[in-house]
Design a protein around this ligand. Sequence first.
Ligand code: HEC
Length: 470
Amino acid sequence: MTRTFWILSLGLLGCTPNPTPQPLTSPTSPTDEIISPTGASDPAGTTPPGAPTWHQDVAPLLARRCGGCHYEGGIGPFSIATYEEALPWSIPIQDSVLSGRMPPFPVETDSEACSMELGFLDDPRLADEDKQLISDWVEAGSPEGDPATAVDAPMHAPRELEDYDVELPIQEDFLVDGDRDIYRCFRIPLSLQQDVWLTGMQILPGNDAVVHHVLVWTDPDDSSAGQAGADGSYGCSGFPDIFPTELAGAWAPGGQPPEFPQGTGMPLSAGSSLVMNIHYHPTGTSTERDRTRIRLRWDEQPPEHEAKFSLLDLPFGSMLQEGPADEGWLPEFKIPAGATAHTETSEAFLPPLLNGDMQIFTVGPHMHYLGTEMLVTLDRGNQGEQCLLHTPDFRFDWQSAFAYDPSTGDLPLWRAGDNVRVQCTYNNSGTNPYLPLHLEARGVDAPQDVGWGEETGDEMCMAIVGLILP
Ligand code: HEC
């Protein structure tokens, strides 16, 4: 897979779902018909009075909402870091924000399938007045304004984790070459003399060109020490191949530093390590080096509540429900060859070991190349259902978790007797733009019936939920 494919497929999530394959193309430079830089510039004195200007109004907004991707070398296909760079793109920018395609946010909160009151943290979607501001700026001829009184707006300034305690790199530069995806696990010894509670982390990918996503796992017994070679790393799958372990955080392009809600934390024991599981996409043309780092913030005092991530999927305590392609008496996870919208559903009960209600603070969807849509709901029996997350345009390349914003409402409560239902939709046909990658991962030429499995060529239907324990 080439990096180009990755970049393009990432951006598609911003579009409305379309059952026909999208041509994986995207502008790399503005086309003539769009606008010419000179045509849109602002000859001195022609700016309509009161019109928004680049330096005073637009740059600060675009820096916050677009800058994390649209900078030189970022995953956005062009940079809008300076006035000169953004100007030729004014009309596409106006169009993309008015239509809601940009900034991309793959969650649907107001549909028949899922209507949610609760908002999300770091929701990048623009408020109507921000869309209007950008539109007014373009309508006014995209005026530059006075650089002397520019509002300081650094582009590509992702939110930083505040007050972190340590920053730890992987032990040595890792070389990424060839043309096949690489999953690599890196042991990160913590040298903790006492137990602490993790409250937040920030993953700093060392090389944007090849780091595709990062999962961070706990290693309470430091068993990764036995697996890692002299460079501190070992080959692994999407999982760290150690036991016991729990997911502690993740990074995907455009993602924000994961933090546990106020008053909660995840235990890290004295003598333990973390394992950074990095998924690399080689460029296919050059050998790249990566030295990804992680920042950790912890408390030495136990928090009010312990928090953790739970992986809800078939072998982890979820029960498969009846599906449309079942043949025998028992539900079977089988995505028939050629199916364009096959669903599988699993339900997870509140783990019996825990007593009391748990609050859900984040939900992340995980499927492989055939996955197109996920709907996660909390089924409260005769008290009805609550939607937890709907990603109607799921893309393999863009798997991040979505954290609720507690200032917008109460976190969903998972009570004993409630079910979390995870419904996954798959497209196992030629209309799925990821089919070639699926076939390659499976080592076959044509679609086959696909079952559950951890290999990329199999499928999963996993919701990663962040829980605050009683
Ligand atoms: C999380 C990363 C990310 C963010 C944030 C983001 N973009 Fe993009 N953008 C992309 C990617 C990737 C593409 C290329 C794929 C595509 O065309 O959908 C793209 C394409 C575009 C395009 C050309 C295609 C189209 O849909 O019109 C425009 C214009 C654009 N972005 C404007 C913006 C603006 C304006 C913002 C902020 C309000 C923004 N983007 C925020 C990643 C991002």
